[in-house]
Write a protein that binds this ligand. Sequence first.
Ligand code: ASC
Length: 150
Amino acid sequence: MKKSLLASLTFALAAPLLAANVHAQAFGKAQDAIDYREGAFQIMKAHFGALQPVVKGQIPYDQAMVLANVEILDQVSKLPWKAFGPGTEGGDALDDIWLDEEGFKAAQKKYLDSLVPLTAAAKEGNLDKLKAAFVDTGASCKACHDSFRD
Ligand code: ASC
């Protein structure tokens, strides 16, 4: 009993250090984290941007093309956030990301939530819904950039 309590306490104290260690392993240097998140954002930009001529009616609507882009956007959108760990300030990131963690989390959530109707519209093949969802996702990108990107 005493031994297991000690073990639990040791684990409770060590867990944050283990988590920090996992983070350090994922990104050996701060610049690796910056490169990783910027790479993810570039991919997101390319696949969100691919929808723009569709919603503007500049190219014919092609459901398979839209869905392929939205699915990549959806997957890659999971990636950049863990690369904003402590000590990874830099790039275009404003310090407010680390000073206002809750605000940054809320902005991430707003963006990720906006992908749900975007994905639904892409799957349904509904261009009107796609247009509306595209505007909402773009607004959430811009809102986060206005607050947290230089
Ligand atoms: C894009 C892109 C962004 C957003 C933003 C929307 O295509 O690269 O950062 O849309 O401009 O307002």
